[in-house]
Write a new protein. Structure first.
Length: 200
């Protein structure tokens, strides 16, 4: 019985190691010493995003020929918030790509939106609604030229690949966008004015 337990523990360790080998890794830390890269600024174009005001998520695509297709992108990290000690940046840690292994090229997006609402860059392509008439969102793409970035980790041949950092996107401002309801009301208002003018 003791030997059986030892065997089961050994097999579990091996299985964990093999699964880890199969997953490419990227560091979800957006700080970049280059002042024009890696930073997210709020809708006022001045204040860096900080703390829990906005949600952010790292997404990836391994299909360079379909980077503009919504269905070519997948979530790579959990939804996280911004650093309070380093406003404008995220320092989550290493995340693993369960689809692609070390040495595989991917493209990544940093997607940011109002905290507590739905990701506006989901596959449905629907912009989320905010809580105060506006929803702030933004997106930073890192395509890295033809080959994107190469995932790190140890591949099946024991080859070691350096883990890249997701901080290569150009700094960007979050964009305030009217809620769909606000847009509809504005449309009705314009239509009413046109009808009123015609009657005159």
């Amino acid at each position: 019985m003791k030997h059986l337990k030892t065997l089961l523990v050994t097999l579990a360790v091996i299985a964990t190691a093999v699964s880890a080998l199969a997953q490419g890794q990227i560091q979800f830390a957006t700080y970049n010493a280059n002042g024009t890269s890696g930073e997210v600024i709020g809708p006022d174009s001045v204040t860096p995003a900080t703390g829990t005001a906005y949600d952010a998520q790292l997404w990836f695509s391994d299909n360079g020929s379909a980077l503009t297709a919504a269905n070519s992108w997948q979530a790579l990290s959990p939804v996280v918030n911004f650093s309070t000690s380093l406003p404008g940046y995220i320092n989550y840690g290493t995340v693993s790509d369960s689809v692609d292994g070390p040495g595989v090229n991917i493209w990544y997006d940093l997607r940011v939106w109002n905290a507590g609402s739905t990701d506006p860059y989901s596959a449905t392509g629907v912009v989320n609604t905010g809580t105060a008439g506006l929803t702030a969102y933004g997106i930073g793409k890192q395509v890295g030229g033809k080959n994107g970035v190469t995932l790190g980790g140890v591949d099946s041949t024991q080859g070691l690949h350096t883990v890249p950092i997701a901080n290569g996107f150009a700094s960007f401002d979050l964009i305030p966008v009217p809620e769909p309801g606000v847009i509809a009301l504005a449309g009705l208002g314009i239509a009413s004015l046109l009808i009123f003018r015609r009657r005159k």
